[in-house]
Design a protein around this ligand. Sequence first.
Ligand code: LER
Ligand code: MN
Length: 268
Amino acid sequence: MKLSIAIAENASEMAPIVLRGDLVDSIKKAAQIGYDAVELHIRDPKEVDVNEIKDVCEQYNIEVSTIGTGSGYGMDKLSLSSPDEGIRQKAIQRIIDHIHFAKHFNAGVIIGLIRGQVKETESYQAFETKLIMSLKECLAAAEKENVVLVLEAINRFESDVLCDLERTAAFVRKINSSHLKLHIDTFHMNIEERSMVNSIKNVKDVLGHVHLADSNRWYPGHGHYNFKETIEVLKEVSYSNILAMECMMFPEQNEAAEKAYAYIKKLL
Ligand code: LER
Ligand code: MN
């Protein structure tokens, strides 16, 4: 398993983004700590210089594992399940832009909060119908570019739908595309799952991406989440992709990035 870390140019104080500021500087910092990859959280890929990112990754021998897309929902209010056709089309286009950007790095694209929420639609059925329609359009682009989309299970306090692994995996299986996988996050699992071991074993057929944060969303090792157990079960189900640190930057970003790396590295 390779270690990645969430980076963004800007993020709110409590957002689970570890390294903030100039993307090139964060990529250098991540490489110097020992990370294999970075997870780029970006609002609109059109605002990012692909060649600049490619060059620094090559120079520092580090990859871009994944693209975080949540600010399209948080800042631009885009939603793949919106009843407003204009908003839904803009959300599809934003994800397609992310797919084209991700293609340069052989990276995955995260479908997290940008899927929208049931409470913003008429009913669960309306939500699901629109989300499936939108994902099918995004997946047509993803299949063409051979980019994998990962659908994140997000806890009930942030999302009113697709919160636990069982239901999110069922949704992924229902779509039945080789380019759509399940994305799990230990912070959300700590709230939603009854047993981390059983939950992970039950979704191994669709598992595609993992976020790591401790129970308090600080860096792994600061709270009481059992990472040893989770990493053992990930090995048992032959998960060999990315583990991305998506945690808060406390007490300070460099310390969080270094401590997260040291704690998880020794468990691999
Ligand atoms: C995003 O990956 C996530 O985990 C959500 O909590 C949104 O921040
Ligand atoms: Mn996450």
